[in-house]
Structure formats: C-alpha cells, structure tokens
Ligand binder design. Structure first.
Ligand SMILES: Cc1ncc(COP(=O)(O)O)c(C=O)c1O
Length: 402
C-alpha cells in the first residue's frame, strides 16, 4: 500500500498526530514496491544505490538486502569511509572526484578501506593530488574508476552535466593508459552518467496533447540515446584494451531501460526512485510512489481561504525554478502563493478545497529525494496504517557530508 491516495494521507495524519512538526515519514510499503519496480526496470543488471538520494543507513541496508541491488554509489569519500567503517557496505564507489586531503589520508592508511572504496577520476591532476597526500610507495594500491562524459553536444550547446573531459574513445584509451602506468593506482571501473536522459522529466502534463516543450525534451533524449548507443560502448571498449574492468556503471532512476539496453554497462545506478521525490513525477516510462513525505502544522489563518504552516522552505538544489519547491499534497487543493513561496519560517497556502484548521497537519513532498534527510534527524516509518518506529538520517547520526 502507498501513501499516494487521499485516504492514505488522512491515515498518515492520524498516525502522526502526536508528532511535533516538521517531521518526515517514509512509507515502507511504497519504498519496497519502488525498489521492486527499479529491479524490474533494470532487467537483470544489478543496481548500485545512489546514496545521495537515500541519506539514511538503515534504508541503504534495507535496499541492499534485496536481490537486484549491489554496492553503493557514494557522493563523498568521507561518506564512503563512514559507510565501510560502520559495516553498511563493503563495495562503495565514490561517484565524483575527491580533493580532500584528510579523507584521502584516511583511505591511504587503511588497507581494508582501500580494498572497499573506489575513487572516481577523470584527469591525471586528481592522481597527482592523491600522490601529494601520500606517495604511492607508502600506501596500498587505490582503486579508481574513470568517469566518461555522456552529455549530448548539439553544435556549441552542451546538454547534460558538465563532468568529465573524457568524451571520445581515443581520450578514454589515453586516460586508461595513463592510469595503468601510474604506480599506486588500479583502474577497476568506468562510469558514464547521462544526466540529460536520467534526470530530465519528459512528461509535465497528463492528457493526450503533449506540449511543444515536452516534444523537444523527448527529441533531445532520443538523440542522446542514439549518440550513447555507439559512443559509450566505444569508450568502454577502448578502456578495456588497457585494463580488466570489474564494472561499467551508467544511468540513474530516469534512464534504467535505455542505459541497460546499450549492453556495455555491467551495472546501473539509482536512488531517487526509492523515495519517489516529486521531480520524478514527470517521466513517461515510470512513476515512483511517493514513499517519503514530510508534515507541517497549520499555525494561523490569515484569510478564509488561506492558511499558514510553520516552516516549508526546504528548497532543492539545481537550476533555480519553482519546480525546486516542495509540493503540498494533502489536504488536496492547497497551492503555494507565488509572492511568498515556501518560506524560511512560515508558508502561506491558498486552499481551493478543504481548509485545514489551526493545529492540523499538512503533507508535503520534497523535490529531491535525499535532500529531505538534511532537514530531519529521523524518518518515521509507516507500515500497515501506523507508525512502526523511526530510523536516523545521516544528519541524525551527526554526519553531514555536503
Ligand atoms: C553519477 C550519478 N549516477 C547516478 C545518478 C542517479 O541518481 P538517482 O537515481 O538518484 O537520480 C546520479 C544523480 O545525480 C549521479 O550523479
């Protein structure tokens, strides 16, 4: 059962009535069903969990215990070290380059850590930086993965994330050759994430007529899939000429099908689809259940059709736009007011249907999945119509990595 339907929200309000808001709730049934959907969409490829989109060790453990999930894609080296040391996971790939001397020194001091953590690199400079912290002869070999640029270029336009400078098979082979020749490093993997497919919604409106904007996005995605169908396998093959790879990682919640279909990836990455944050409502091929939500209490009523809740301004990262605001979902018919938006301390809402009373709970969904956990110490777990416990977020364990 999920907390999507209106009566689910009402049930949640009853279950959470005793909580002081703001409080975050995770519907375990929806979480598990979302995990199952991701595995089905991955069609046999294992999914490495993108931990930035989870930020709760207990939920990472829960999903890693399911068939179809294997390993963590972490977002900083400090986080990766913590996950290994706490026994959460013994196969952690840091999905982004590291330049932090303290964390690198810790990794170099501990052979067990060095065997469990893979660094992401895309340039010799990052290797120089590691050597400057601890030279190769004074550390165990470090596992590294090469990040490949999977953005789409249309003339001067770059569609996708500005990440790696490695974008051709020739560049990939040269980079692999360089890493293999460097003492103290072992090239074990390759990653190529296509943000312009995985992270861009292509369905903003229900109904038969697509808007021109949607058609452009769909066209862009189709072009990008076609580009990657040849370019990513060619880059991977070029790297394989120089190193035996343990893994080739690609994709995200929004692209599992197209990434897997290419055939060159040995594993996929996904995280956001577990919590079902609202930016993932706008995809044509799938619809995660809204498993994570938070509640805010009504504290005043400035007009007959306006209520004000305490808090609200949990804005998501990324290019600034109204889609980064949290979405009020229950009671139905509440709208943020453009002049104020979701406020730092309080948020007014225009009510077009039911008008909640002072003291009532309102329910919200964050735009992004893991960022919700930066605002709360725990996730209250909802199962079978009641709250069955709570688990700490990273923040609740005093761990803040970014
Ligand atoms: C390297 C990488 N892989 C995969 C993902 C996909 O994560 P999610 O499934 O949470 O969208 C991301 C998200 O930004 C990423 O940066």
């Amino acid at each position: 059962m999920s907390i999507e339907a209106d009566d689910r929200w009402a049930m949640l309000s009853r279950a959470a009535a005793h909580l002081d808001a703001p409080a975050a709730v995770l519907d375990l049934d929806a979480f598990d069903a979302n995990a199952e959907d991701l595995v089905a969409r991955a069609d046999g490829l294992p999914i490495r969990v993108a931990s930035k989109s989870v930020r709760c060790r207990e939920m990472l453990r829960r999903v890693l215990a399911r068939p179809g999930f294997s390993g963590v894609l972490a977002y900083t080296l400090g986080e990766a070290i913590w996950l290994v040391r706490t026994g959460t996971c013994d196969d952690v790939v840091v999905g982004y380059p590291t330049a932090e001397p303290g964390a690198l020194a810790q990794l170099c001091r501990d052979p067990q850590l060095a065997g469990a953590v893979t660094l992401m690199i895309d340039s010799p400079e990052q290797l120089d930086l590691v050597d400057a912290v601890v030279p190769p002869h004074r550390r165990p070999d470090l596992r590294v993965s090469l990040d490949l640029d999977c953005s789409l270029r249309l003339g001067p336009a770059v569609l996708g994330a500005r990440r790696s400078p490695v974008r051709t098979p020739e560049q990939a082979e040269a980079a692999a050759e360089h890493i293999v020749a460097r003492p103290g490093f072992r090239l074990v993997g390759v990653m190529g994430y296509e943000a312009q497919i995985a992270g861009v919604a292509d369905r903003r409106r229900t109904g038969p007529a697509a808007r021109p904007g949607e058609l452009i996005v769909r066209g862009m995605k189709a072009l990008s899939v076609r580009d990657l169908r040849t370019r990513r396998p060619a880059m991977v093959e070029a790297v394989r000429r120089r190193a035996d790879l343990e893994f080739v990682n690609g994709g995200g919640t929004g692209s599992l099908e197209s990434t897997g279909a290419g055939g060159e990836c040995t594993e996929l990455a996904a995280g956001s689809g577990l919590y079902g944050s609202h930016l993932f409502d706008g995809y044509r091929g799938f619809r995660p259940r809204p498993a994570a939500a938070f509640c805010l209490r009504v504290v005043r009523r400035p007009a007959h059709d306006v209520v004000t809740v305490q808090g609200g301004g949990w804005i998501a990262s990324g290019a600034v736009g109204s889609d980064r605001q949290p979405l009020p979902v229950s009671p139905p018919g509440m709208r943020l007011m453009p002049a104020e938006g979701a406020g730092e301390v309080q948020t007014p809402l225009r009510c077009t249907a039911e008008v909640p009373r002072i003291g009532d709970l309102t329910w919200w969904r964050h735009a992004k999945a893991g960022e919700l956990c930066e605002h709360v110490d725990e996730l209250h777990l909802f199962h079978d119509g009641r709250l069955v416990g709570a688990v700490p977020t990273y923040r609740g364990e005093s761990q803040v990595f970014l």
